[in-house]
Design a protein around this ligand. Structure first.
Ligand SMILES: Cc1ncc(C[n+]2csc(CCOP(=O)(O)OP(=O)(O)O)c2C)c(N)n1
Ligand SMILES: [Mg+2]
Length: 343
């Protein structure tokens, strides 16, 4: 749907609502038993981080995400049908069904890869930032990761190199208050995470992740600094609305805390602000939501109808084409395929 307004907040609402609805449909795919793999991490409640930062990035900029990265990829222009197909393990998906939710990537859109290893995607943006500078482009590279990654040494090695070499890089920590079942105040005695970055020589800021306008404004400043060689670190404070993964019912959080946390809803807040400013009204927002629901419903049908990958394509896109898979692995596949044909 084309928005009938030029309001930047309306555009942000549109994208955040698309992300939220996509995530709800991902949950549905899982419940239907049609997702590949057993782990799905939803970013419901964290949409302002994806949209506030992502909307300040440009074509040619690159990024990595953690395991909870559906929203970031959508904010950078991913086609939700191809994402859903990937999550369903289908050949049509972004990585021919071999990456799934946690290892999705697409070089055309600058997505250097989601990563299931906590902190694993962070050093790649240092390399990408260095490459952008050698190419004399003004592109930046952004690492999106969770608060849990602030317990990983690789983050500090990466921040140090980015600051030392003045790289066009932004580190974005999506602080949803939890690393699996451990709340941030049980994981660190110093929860002012952005201050750590300042001590490494980076620009550091912390923002309220329920307010997409603030996230976008602060991220915009940090990104323009990064483009001129001043790397930064942004902490987006938010709340993980649901469990760590789909099977986690969060027995370690009490209901009062969850109810309070879910009040920090960036989608609801943007909606209220649009109405109170007279930029949109309930009817136009409801109509927009209905159109988004239809778009995202269609992603489930698209994924369900998409082709399964063929067994003999198992090594395609996995090894570098110039490096054939090891002989022993190919022999094993030939045996498996032989047995499958006899059966
Ligand atoms: C190096 C490493 N250690 C442990 C794990 C297991 N693990 C998976 S997700 C996770 C918590 C991550 O928390 P955070 O970085 O805050 O991201 P969130 O899940 O909250 O988005 C852990 C410990 C892992 N994947 N990698
Ligand atoms: Mg977390």
């Amino acid at each position: 749907m084309r928005l009938q307004t030029n309001s930047r907040l309306a555009a942000h609402y549109h994208l955040m609502r698309r992300i939220r609805t996509f995530e709800e449909r991902v949950g549905e795919l899982f419940v239907r038993g049609q997702s590949a793999g057993s782990m799905l991490h939803l970013s419901i409640g964290e949409e302002a981080a994806a949209v506030g930062v992502g909307s300040n990035m440009r074509d040619g900029d690159t990024f990595t995400t953690h395991h909870r990265g559906h929203g970031v990829f959508l904010a950078r222009g991913a086609d939700p049908r191809l994402m859903m197909a990937e999550i369903a393990g289908k050949e049509t998906g972004y990585c021919s069904g071999k990456g799934g939710s946690m290892h999705i990537a697409d070089m055309k859109l600058g997505h250097l890869g989601a990563n299931a290893i906590v902190g694993g995607g962070i050093p790649s943006v240092v390399g990408a930032g260095l490459a952008a500078r050698h190419r004399k482009s003004d592109n930046i590279s952004v690492a999106f990761f969770g608060d849990g990654a602030t317990g990983q040494g690789i983050l500090y090695e990466s921040m140090n190199m980015a600051a030392l070499w003045h790289l066009p890089v932004l580190f974005v920590c999506i602080n949803n208050q939890y690393g699996m079942g451990t709340r941030i105040d049980n994981a660190t005695a110093a929860p002012d995470l952005h201050k750590r970055a300042v001590s490494f020589g980076l620009e550091g800021a912390q923002v309220d992740g329920s307010d997409v306008e603030t996230v976008a404004e602060v991220a915009g400043d940090l990104i323009s600094d990064a483009r001129s060689g001043k790397p930064g670190f942004l902490v987006v404070d938010c709340y993980r609305f649901y469990g760590h993964a789909r099977m986690d019912k969060s027995p370690y959080r009490d209901e009062t805390e969850e109810a309070q946390g879910r009040l920090r809803d960036p989608v609801a807040k943007a909606r209220q602000t649009l109405i109170s400013r007279g930029e949109m009204n309930d009817e136009s927002l409801d109509e927009l939501d209905r159109q988004i629901a239809a778009e995202m419903d269609a992603t489930i049908d698209f994924a369900a109808d998409a082709r399964e990958p063929q067994l003999d394509s198992i090594f395609d896109d996995v090894y570098d084409p110039s490096t054939p898979p090891p002989e022993s692995v190919r022999d094993r596949l030939a045996r498996v395929l032989g047995r499958a044909r006899q059966a």
